[in-house]
Design a protein around this ligand. Structure first.
Ligand SMILES: C[S@@+](CC[C@H](N)C(=O)[O-])C[C@H]1O[C@@H](n2cnc3c(N)ncnc32)[C@H](O)[C@@H]1O
Length: 259
């Protein structure tokens, strides 16, 4: 089986077209959301699907205790290395259902638009229950989700985009495909990401098959209530407190409060 792009932490950010300033802007916005919706200081934070936890590391360096969960040992190892002495603990867990031996957190967050990979209701509810159990009463869970529309529904696997990126001095050929789905699946699309990384010792091909559930604020609100641990208190578009969600360009942030 071909490896995942997450086996190459130094490369995946460039492949996802992330700009270096984005992490800082996201952390700043989240801190404003906490000030607005949580009437107590945030001292302990959980980073869900943390990867190498760039947000967690920034918060830990600002004096907040952080724990991160992710299923990739490679991403976790990269996070431990990058964190150095910053107060952050990593746990290898699946987002769908998890427990960690930690006292309650004030806030949790799930960034980088990965939440919609939980495509069935059972996973969605057990995920929210897992986070809810780890938050103190009134604690906040911020979930970042990309705007889902305009994806072509296809009857056969179809090339969507081709591009080249340079990451760490290495050329990467990126091909993105849309794959067919059953109408009844509740999914938006199956997205396939193929990267050919041209290492000096020879090329390596990675492949990630990512099912994406069509996730709207109304679904997040429903799931939050259905799990019994949360209500949705706000929904913000494109890191703005003033832009209406209907005018969202790229992604939106759902803010859930632990009841
Ligand atoms: C796009 S990266 C985001 C990492 C980090 N949050 C960031 O903003 O840089 C997505 C992460 O989700 C993790 N992931 C994907 N599916 C997962 C699952 N089922 N359980 C746990 N982690 C998962 C991957 O290993 C990867 O580190």
């Amino acid at each position: 089986m071909e490896p995942s792009i997450y086996e190459y932490p130094a490369i995946f950010r460039r492949v996802h077209m992330e700009k270096p300033v984005e992490i800082g802007a996201e952390v700043d916005f989240m801190r404003k959301v906490w000030r607005r919706h949580l009437k107590r200081p945030v001292r302990r934070v959980l980073d869900v699907a943390c990867g190498d936890s760039p947000h967690g590391i920034a918060l830990a360096r600002a004096g907040i205790a952080v724990a991160g969960i992710d299923h990739s040992p490679t991403m976790i190892a990269a996070g431990r290395k990058a964190a150095g002495a910053a107060p952050i603990r990593f746990y290898r867990r699946s987002i769908e259902r998890f427990r960690i031996p930690e006292p309650p957190f004030d806030a949790a967050f799930f960034m980088s638009e990965t939440f919609p990979i939980m495509t069935d209701n059972r996973a969605l509810l057990s995920h929210l229950t897992s986070v809810g159990r780890l938050l103190g009463r009134g604690g906040l869970y911020c979930v970042d989700i990309d705007r889902h529309d305009g994806v072509e529904v296809v009857g056969a696997r179809k090339l969507w985009r081709r591009r080249k990126v340079i990451a760490g001095g290495v050329r990467v050929d990126v091909r993105e495909y849309h794959c067919p789905i059953a109408w009844s699946s509740g999914m938006h699309s199956i997205y396939e990401l193929e990267c050919t990384i041209h290492f000096p010792a020879g090329p390596v091909v990675t492949r990630d098959i990512v099912p994406v559930r069509y996730t709207l604020p109304s679904l997040l609100e429903l799931a939050a209530r259905a799990c019994g641990y949360f209500t949705m208190v706000a929904c913000y578009a494109d890191l703005s407190f003033t832009k209406p969600v209907e005018k969202c360009y790229g992604r939106w942030l759902g803010v859930l409060r632990r009841v």
